[in-house]
Design a protein around this ligand. Structure first.
Ligand SMILES: NC(=O)c1ccc[n+]([C@@H]2O[C@H](COP(=O)([O-])OP(=O)(O)OC[C@H]3O[C@@H](n4cnc5c(N)ncnc54)[C@H](O)[C@@H]3O)[C@@H](O)[C@H]2O)c1
Ligand SMILES: [Zn+2]
Length: 329
């Protein structure tokens, strides 16, 4: 298959390109950072790039939590206008297969269980609670402590920041495109992706990258909150393999199918910092009680649908992946 990879010069996109080549496909890179530079918001550039293409892996986006509300318009422009221009060009060119880089951020705080009230969905955490070091969300009904549960793909969306909102809108646009054209769309809702070529030293980078940069400077990784916030760190080669699996399997025409894409093995941010620090030979992480508004406490989703329906399974374990990541440049 000839596959257009938007964002193909980026962290995940470049691994998708490698994985496609390794499985006998023909990837075509489309990226503002590539040579020649190509912007998904440019209808003519997209139409030209779609010639002879069978499927699109749409990874191009502005990522991360950002630095405040000031960049909201830029997120919407790159992520949602960009996706709309791409989908319109696909509709015109008769390209009917899309794999979208989705994100876990669409779920917000996700699913929790209260000992009294059962499954509840806590709202955003209050500044006063975060300031006082009360990081765990409480039951919205009775205030009790909650246990994080596994979020399935059918959980209601609850985006908590601009980036999350744009990632959800991308899915809605892709679903509308699929209904209108009979195309098939898959959204792979990535968890925290890490591995070689992860962006570094930008406010938009992921937490594993911040920690590794600190260690490289000889500084301790600074772990926010109490370090017990849970994430699912999934290796970038496994994410790339999920893209290839989604292209191979296809999906129901006329609809968008979403798959949580994680290792299935949640770890705390503190554990991740320790694993990187150990692999690097120190210094040991410090837990700072700092916080970022818009961060959710735990992200623990259930990635079993992807395993069951697409026959994918992660190959890179946490300890091995973090050792490799600590060592790579
Ligand atoms: N890294 C993660 O943990 C993570 C988690 C969930 C979802 N995602 C999604 O995965 C995708 C890839 O993210 P990444 O981590 O590789 O980030 P990245 O910044 O390394 O890659 C994004 C690429 O898109 C390109 N790009 C941005 N705007 C563009 C535009 N208008 N036209 C053409 N190219 C453009 C950038 O130049 C960059 O190369 C994104 O859609 C992101 O939302 C990433
Ligand atoms: Zn309760």
């Amino acid at each position: 298959m000839r596959v257009l990879v938007t964002g193909g010069a980026g962290f995940i996109g470049s691994h998708v390109v490698e994985a496609l080549t390794a499985s006998g496909h023909e990837p075509v890179v489309f990226d503002v950072r590539a040579d020649p530079a190509a912007d998904v918001r440019d209808p003519e550039a997209v139409a030209r790039a779609l010639a002879g293409v069978d499927a699109v892996c749409h990874q191009a986006a502005m990522v991360g939590l950002g630095t405040g509300f000031g960049d909201a318009a830029e997120y919407v422009s790159r992520n949602d206008l960009g996706t709309a221009v791409l989908l319109a060009a696909m509709a015109g060119a008769g390209v009917r297969h899309l794999v979208l880089a989705g994100s876990m951020v669409v779920y917000g705080e996700g699913r929790y269980a209260c000992p009294r009230d059962g499954v509840v969905r806590p709202g955003p955490r209050a500044v006063a609670d975060l300031e006082a070091g009360r990081f765990e969300p409480r039951c919205p009904v009775c205030g009790a402590e909650l246990a994080p549960g596994l979020v399935g793909e059918d959980a209601p969306a609850d985006p908590r920041n601009v980036y999350a909102t744009t990632k959800l809108a991308q899915e809605h646009l892709a679903a509308a495109w699929a209904r209108s054209t009979g195309g098939s769309a898959v959204s792979l809702r990535y968890h925290n992706v890490y591995g070689p070529r992860m962006p570094r030293d930008t406010p938009y980078a992921g937490v594993a990258s911040f920690f590794r940069s600190a260690l490289a400077r000889g500084e301790a990784p600074r772990v926010f909150e109490d370090g017990r916030q849970r994430r699912d760190f999934v290796h970038v080669r496994d994410v790339a393999a999920a893209n290839v699996a989604a292209l191979r399997a296809g999906s129901a025409p006329g609809a968008l199918t979403a798959y949580n894409t994680g290792s299935g093995e949640p770890h705390t941010v503190g554990e991740m910092a320790r694993a990187l620090a150990d692999a690097h030979g120190g210094p040991a992480p410090v837990v700072t009680a700092e916080y970022r508004l818009g961060d959710v406490r735990h992200i623990t989703a259930d990635s079993s649908r992807l395993r069951a329906e697409l026959g994918w399974k992660p190959e890179v374990g946490f300890a091995e992946g973090m050792r490799e990541f600590a060592a790579c440049r």
